[in-house]
Design a protein around this ligand. Sequence first.
Ligand code: AMP
Length: 195
Amino acid sequence: MNTKMIVLMGGQGVGKGTQAKKLIADNGFKYVEAGAILRSLPKESPVAQIMARGELVPDEDLFKIIGDAIQKVGQKDMIVDGFPRTIGQAQWLVKQYATNYNIHVIYLTVPKQIMLDRIQNRIKENMANGGTARADDLDVKVVERRINNFFTVTGPAIEWLRTANGIQFSEVDVSEFEFENNYAKVCNALKTRQK
Ligand code: AMP
């Protein structure tokens, strides 16, 4: 049971995607990105409308979507980004996968103000690269709702995972300005057995 499942958790704009991309480039991990899979669904689907409001998509939808994506990857080292976000999702993930994968939750933390700053940077970068900014990043109220959900709904899921049996859990402060410093901390956490 040596197949790794690295689960990246953290608030909006914390840099999960950027950390994931570098980990993938360096290690060749497969990637299951909840937000990107959900964004690829048709714009008129109920899920897209829930996302536009900055609310969480129901657990049952995520179980199907993430279950299919993990099954597609199979028994290969992977990063799961943006899932779980609720206690129900966290318990489901451990129940379904802790037997066949070596699950290591990496909880990336920054103060709320840095989340807001990094979302602004993401908007600028997306536009500078000739693309369009994410609609859910542009509306201040939607951003506020997403961050609020992170603290009130995902927070308890993180606390449950912190002491859950059969998985590894590390909290990593990634509030340094230099990405490389934050990345080094993530790599260190991945090398260390916490419990
Ligand atoms: P993200 O790209 O991770 O910021 O996700 C964008 C949006 O997708 C979120 O604001 C939610 O509406 C939805 N979403 C992503 N992951 C989940 C999840 N695990 N549970 C529920 N909703 C999710």
